[in-house]
Write a protein that binds this ligand. Structure first.
Ligand code: C5P
Length: 235
């Protein structure tokens, strides 16, 4: 693949730590993922401190609201030069369409590249029992497939999915739909709380476009060396 598919998940509220990782990983990963905890603690100013042209930001805020509000939220990210943005596919077709349109509007207004907007299908923390608790009585895989198709119909660029869903979604949505895949562990590294993992090579061979990898990089004695080693596994 021509791009660097490795995205480092910086799961922290600490700006100094995030900035240090950004400096160390600049040019060595494709992007840094900042989540809801970071944004809630530090706001857009915190994101701007961490963002670096050599390590763009994947802003993982998983927007889920009425279309008008999500549209405004996406528009409000315009100045952050975000590389990837997430929304919940459960927000429905109109909400996702509003997010995709707002991302395009940002590009027209700022002249910056358009962020890739991807959807979250079924959270991997939820199983069939959790789905039935919210009134969804189909198998998890069927719900993932349905929501991925809906995301594609709404004009999203892709979805976040577990390594074990790559084949199913590729078959359903085709080759151009972007798959952003967490739950990755380089061969021989600690699994932590991740249960259904794959190596970077396996996930890319199955069709992942981006790999979200946190602790194997952030908790390494030398995060830059860990990132370089992962990327070299992929060449
Ligand atoms: O440290 P680790 O590699 O497990 O971090 C994975 C990152 O991907 C974390 O930010 C986690 O919240 C996120 N993620 C995940 N599984 C999902 C969706 C997101 O691990 N299904």
């Amino acid at each position: 693949m021509s791009h660097n598919p490795v995205i480092c998940a910086v799961d922290t509220t600490d700006v100094t730590l995030a900035k240090s990782l950004s400096d160390q990983l600049a040019g060595k990963v494709g992007a840094l993922k900042l989540g809801l905890e970071f944004f809630t603690a530090n706001g857009p100013a915190g994101v701007q401190q961490v963002a670096n042209t050599q390590a763009p930001v994947f802003l993982d805020l998983k927007f889920h609201d009425i279309p008008n509000t999500v549209s405004k939220a996406v528009k409000a990210t315009a100045l952050l030069d975000t590389f990837i943005l997430t929304v919940h596919t459960a927000g429905g077709c109109d909400m996702m369409k509003a997010a995709a349109d707002a991302a395009s509007d940002n590009t027209v207004k700022t002249g910056k590249r358009r962020p890739i907007v991807v959807g979250v299908t079924v959270l991997t923390s939820m199983d069939e029992k959790d789905l039935s608790g919210i009134g969804i009585t189909v198998a998890v895989a069927d719900q993932v497939k349905r929501l991925a198709s809906l995301a594609q119909e709404a004009g999203l660029d892709g979805v976040v999915c577990s390594p074990h869903e790559i084949e199913l979604i590729r078959k359903t949505c085709g080759r151009d739909f972007k798959l952003v895949v967490p739950g990755i562990r380089p061969a021989g590294s600690a699994t932590g709380d991740q249960k259904r993992i794959m190596t970077p090579r396996q996930a890319v061979d199955l069709g992942a476009d981006y790999l979200v990898i946190g602790r194997p990089i952030t908790e390494a004695a030398d995060p830059a060396a860990a990132a370089v080693a992962i990327c070299s596994e992929l060449r």
